[in-house]
Design a protein around this ligand. Structure first.
Ligand code: ATP
Ligand code: MG
Length: 583
């Protein structure tokens, strides 16, 4: 934990949508948040109507909704009116095929315009959307389509051939395959562009009930087999509100969420929150590249940027000089999610980009941001921040009488949330028992361990499965990893517990180095020495192993369980979301 507090100027505070956290929290209600949206007659609500059509109805149709940056860096702008028409066409295509309300539409696409049109067009038609990450192989694609009973798939010829054709006969419910790049030779492969051309640009958005299913999102699979979290249309109330307050989105902002819609962040905050707030959002088709990212930020004058710790650490690894080549003065608010954000990374933001990264915490299950650092509030580097207005978070202990809150400041326990916010999942598909087990005494139990300080800020310790028990100490990997990356040579670190006869477990660290450092014994001792000084000998890693890369999920999370399984020679478990095999 660090003592540095990053204060906000009066100017920062004056510009923020939420000017005072305590005042907002005291006066908040979900009904008030809902009033920012139009809704549909009869108390109905549709995410896509709020994201797109509403702006056209209110005379903002000419504004750019999406700026799509292709791999060659050419940009295409799509206005809210364009988006309304194309999503109407898509909804009409589904209707023309006989696809009915509640049917499941999947995508297996990169970040191309058709993906965004498919998500919103599907929601307009009252169908349920499930986005798949385009880099998945046939097995994870099949598993997710099987679980969700996919009826329609939007994809490309190549992705179809490689990943779907081999398993097609095992998906009897999959009736229509819409190809974005032409017709296929097999039965049921349709040319989406041709169907869209023939479809009307007019469509009456299906008046979905607030509790109708909207999206099916699979979790990242960091701890095991991904779970299918079911979300409903009224989640849009939380997306809109958290976009405005936790990300401080103003209608004249240019916003960039770097996550792929194959993960919940890329949909909740890469589509729904920005569009319902009427901003211009950037979509980059290409993968991470430090120079390209700085160019995108500068050329598009991005004001609000939402990214992830892994990307920030990669930018840090690429060096401050690179950042200095572009004019990044438009950046007003930067936020991060997905993994714990090391204090070092927050401070790097201040030093190199002139602004701190604001960490926030949530999960696929919670649908939207639950705990955050806000534009109007001081940032405590290394802390996830405070619960959103409307959200009650607590630290609980699992006892025989169920979850019990522990109120003592800095007590370690499970991070839990009082149930009842609009974007909460309504179930894990086909896994009712698992869903039920996540609740106790009115709390939703997150599976993460954390602490709350006396100011009400939450501090992430680790996932329950990752916490290390060593010689009577409970050690959170995040604290150790954060100390390690303070060392000049360290780009990334992952810490696990390895069984030990005397200590129970000992702390082992896997470390990836910055360019220019060589993995030798001297460096090992230097890193170990630094960790001992910062953490004390009981908590500092006993063993440090250098690795070229650390294993990560495709959503960018370090897979400590895989490092551990390999270390102990145990089965690797579900690795369907593993990005690259570092073996
Ligand atoms: P699975 O549940 O399938 O193992 P996952 O938990 O990684 O996968 P997600 O829902 O994508 O799937 O990720 C949510 C988790 O990510 C959180 O429970 C937490 O462990 C971690 N996380 C997200 N944001 C933060 C943050 N700001 N600080 C620390 N951890 C975070
Ligand atoms: Mg999880």
């Amino acid at each position: 934990m660090t003592e540095d507090l990053i204060g906000k100027s009066a100017d920062d505070k004056a510009r923020a949508n939420m000017q005072d956290y305590d005042v907002e929290r005291a006066s908040f209600s979900w009904d008030k948040a809902r009033a920012f949206l139009d809704g549909l007659p009869g108390g109905r609500l549709n995410i896509a109507y709020e994201a797109v059509d509403r702006h056209v109805v209110h005379g903002r149709g000419e504004k750019t909704a999406l700026r799509l940056i292709a791999k060659d860096e050419s940009a295409t702008d799509i206005s809210y009116s364009d988006l309304m028409r194309t999503t109407n066409r898509f909804a009409n295509v589904l209707r023309g095929l006989g696809v009915e309300k509640g049917d499941r539409v999947y995508s297996l696409l990169g970040r191309v315009p058709q993906l965004y049109v498919a998500v919103l067009g599907t929601l307009k038609s009252g169908c349920v959307f499930s986005p798949l990450f385009s880099a998945f192989g046939p097995e994870p694609v099949k598993a997710r389509m099987e679980i969700g009973g996919a009826n329609v798939l939007v994809t490309t010829r190549l992705l179809y051939k490689r990943k779907v054709a081999p398993i097609r006969d095992q998906l009897p419910e999959l009736k229509h395959i819409l190809l974005i790049d032409g017709e296929g030779p097999e039965l049921g492969l349709l040319d989406l562009a041709r169907l869209m051309d023939a479809a009307s640009t007019e469509f009456d958005v299906v008046a979905t009930e607030p509790e109708d299913l909207s999206l099916l999102h699979f979790t990242s699979g960091t701890t095991g087999k991904p779970k299918g979290a079911m979300h409903v249309h009224q989640a849009v109330v939380a997306h809109n509100y958290t976009g405005r307050t936790a990300l401080d989105l103003h209608p004249d902002d240019v916003f960039w969420c770097t996550a792929d819609p194959g993960w919940v962040t890329g949909t909740s905050y890469g589509i729904i929150a920005p569009l319902t707030n009427g901003v211009t959002m950037i979509v980059d088709e290409a993968e991470f590249d430090a120079e390209r990212w700085y160019r995108i930020l500068a050329r598009n004058k991005v004001n609000v940027w939402y990214t992830a710790p892994t990307a920030i650490r990669m930018l840090m690894k690429a060096g401050a000089e690179l950042a200095g080549k572009e004019d990044l003065s438009s950046l007003r608010f930067m936020a991060s999610v997905g993994e714990p954000l090391n204090p070092e990374a927050v401070l790097w933001g201040v030093e190199v980009l002139g602004k701190p990264f604001h960490d926030n915490w949530w999960q696929t299950e919670t649908g939207g941001i639950m705990i955050a650092n806000y534009a109007c509030a001081d940032v405590k580097p290394g802390s996830m921040g405070r619960p959103m207005p409307g959200i009650e978070a607590g630290i609980v202990e699992r006892t025989e009488a169920g979850a019990q809150e522990v109120t003592k400041p800095m007590a370690l326990g499970e991070l839990a949330l009082r149930t009842g916010w609009p974007s909460m999942m309504r179930g894990y598909l086909h896994e009712e028992a698992r869903y039920d087990k996540a609740f106790s005494n009115g709390w939703y139990l997150s599976g993460d361990l954390a602490m709350r300080d006396s100011d009400g800020y939450f501090w992430f310790v680790g996932r329950s499965d990752d916490v290390i028990k060593s010689a009577g100490h409970l050690i959170g990997p995040f604290e150790v990893e954060s100390a390690l990356i303070e060392h000049d040579a360290v780009a990334e670190a992952a810490v696990i517990g390895v069984p030990d006869e005397t200590a129970g477990e000992i702390v082992k660290a896997f470390v990836a180095l910055k360019p220019g450092f060589s993995a030798d014994e001297e460096l090992q001792l230097s890193i170990q020495g630094h960790a001992r000084k910062r953490l004390g000998p009981a908590v500092a890693p006993k063993v440090i192993e250098f690795r070229e890369n650390l294993p990560k999920t495709r959503s960018g999370k370090i897979m400590r369980r895989l490092l551990k399984a390999r270390e102990l020679g145990l089965p690797e478990g579900d690795i369907s979301t593993l990005e690259s095999d570092e073996k």
